[in-house]
Design a protein around this ligand. Sequence first.
Ligand code: GAR
Length: 192
Amino acid sequence: MRIVILGSGRGSNAKAILQAQREGRLGRGEVVHVFADKPDAGILLLGAEFGVPAAYLDPAPFKTKLEGEGEARYIKAIQDCAPDVVVLAGFMRVIKPGFLDAFAGKIINLHPSLLPSFPGLDGIGQAWRRGVKITGCTVHYVTAEVDGGPIIDQTAVRIEAGDTLETLTEKVHAAEHALLPAVLARLSEATV
Ligand code: GAR
């Protein structure tokens, strides 16, 4: 199962996937390329660390969505990788129908809340400020509805009395780092 990872930030979830692959915990999954929409994104450093191609891909002309020329560049580059799965691991752009159609049914996203609660930006902060006692993370298929596609799996994280936004953030990230590689391993064995 050929995996392409898209990200915008530090890439801790991409690293968790690559680490799982290195340790034989990714089933038949194989990361074939990492792309970032920011030239200085930490996720790009994983290329050298794990021996996987990693590149910045210009998303212009838009700032918060992937459409127009940028979308066409992403579609072409990713099609060249012949992926079975495209993983959005902290890719902070709204995906539009052109990209969705090009990789129909193959795009999965990681979100730091128990969807359908707290979609959009800052899922952890939203849950913290709302004062819920259980939040978590979600892996789901991407559709035109932002954070609204079919849910593949979730992990719950309890907010304890002593937690702060910082400790909650750490707990949700730890849950993500376990969930996303496990889902990919199961997808690769077609057991999801
Ligand atoms: C993750 O917490 C992921 O759930 C979130 O961005 C972070 C990326 O971290 N994604 C979203 O909020 C998407 N709406 P990473 O770069 O360290 O993997």
